[in-house]
Design a protein around this ligand. Structure first.
Ligand code: SAM
Ligand code: SF4
Length: 328
């Protein structure tokens, strides 16, 4: 059993994209009230008074779209400067990255995961929504700027949707050949996107691996990451290709993460809410931090029993919420 030391912090549940697989048209998008977002000062208190003492040392900022949070750079600096922080990263759609990358770097961020579902501007726009010039150009520029500044490893996340972007698997995998980029294919999950999932279905990682293997071969080498991805390499490539296979292979047993939502709910699992704690309410009611820390430690201890495998017994609507609302 892995130590549970990794916290995904959602900074905001809103987004400037509307990806078909994450928040499709017609999805019930009820956002947290802004007054309920954990403030920067509240986040700092929770980190220093609750999470660090409870053993968390690795943090990922996510959303919604974290770069929409006005004080994102200051929050990055707060976490990067905690002496106990061993790892800090961010998952972003990169639309605003070209403008913000330098400030994020100066604040201490070094690692980025960027969603890039297509290399074709039109397909990209069809996935993420929006009118006029494709947003792909801004995202691509954001990726280039981040690369030039030195963010590493730069991970590119691809959600594979049959009939939408599965024809680009080889082109996307090829991005790992000339640069030290890590391209990760994520199995499409049925979260808040019922119709699309029912129509398109999903493709198992093994099938994608086979397509890449048939083209170039694939080695496992010694490139195992510390997250949920199974990592491989195209022979001679500088980067890697990874596969996140939560649909075809359950990785609950190696899950080491908890999730803090933008409005302060601590959840033990993406889709199982058993034991969730409203830390914002407790903080604003003046509950002592030590008491909250003890509650969190109890939830951490219970986590091996609370997982995605057991989701049917512990879900109170997580499947109908979107990934952006849960804090993907
Ligand atoms: N907006 C940021 C982004 O897109 O990178 C961060 C939040 S997003 C919810 C986090 C991750 O969840 C992204 O990599 C996205 O591709 C993934 N995701 C969203 N909906 C998904 C789904 N239905 N199945 C699999 N992955 C999904
Ligand atoms: Fe926004 Fe990320 Fe969800 Fe796309 S995947 S809608 S960018 S939160």
């Amino acid at each position: 059993m892995n130590a549970i030391d990794y916290l995904r912090i959602s900074l905001i549940d809103r987004c400037n994209f509307q990806c078909q697989y994450c928040m499709p048209e017609g999805a019930d998008l009820t956002y947290a009230l802004q007054q309920d977002w954990l403030t920067r000062a509240e986040l700092r208190s929770l980190l220093t008074g609750v999470f660090v003492p409870a053993g968390f040392t690795r943090f990922r900022l996510t959303g919604g779209e974290p770069l929409l949070r006005p004080d994102v750079v200051e929050i990055v600096a707060d976490i990067a400067h905690l002496p106990q922080t061993q790892d800090l990263s961010m998952t972003t759609n990169a639309f605003l990255l070209a403008k913000k990358a330098e400030a994020l770097w100066q604040a201490g961020l070094r690692r980025l995961n960027i969603s890039l579902d297509s290399l074709d501007p039109e397909t990209f726009q069809a996935i993420v929504g929006g009118r006029g010039r494709s947003r792909w150009h801004d995202v691509w520029e954001g990726i280039q700027v981040a690369h030039q500044i030195g963010f590493a490893p730069l991970k590119l996340n691809v959600v594979v949707i049959p009939g939408v972007n599965d024809g680009e698997i080889l082109d996307l995998a090829a991005l790992s050949r000339d640069r030290e980029w890590h391209v990760r294919f994520i199995e499409f999950m049925p979260i808040g996107n019922g119709d699309l999932f029912e129509h398109s279905g999903w493709i198992a990682s093994e099938e994608l691996r086979q397509r890449i293997r048939d083209r170039w071969g694939l080695t496992t080498g010694n490139v195992r990451g510390n997250g949920p991805a199974d990592v491989f390499q195209i022979p001679g490539a500088l980067g890697t290709v990874g596969f996140i296979s939560q649909m075809s292979e359950c990785f609950c047993d190696r899950c080491n993460r908890m999730r803090l939502s933008a409005d302060g709910w601590l959840r033990p699992c993406l889709l199982n809410e058993t034991g969730q704690i409203n830390l914002r309410e407790r903080l604003r009611q003046g509950t002592p931090l030590e008491e909250m820390r003890d509650r969190v430690i109890t939830l951490v201890d219970a986590k091996p029993e609370i997982n995605f495998k057991m989701r049917d017994s512990g879900t109170t609507g997580a499947y109908s919420r979107t990934m952006s609302q849960i804090g993907g």
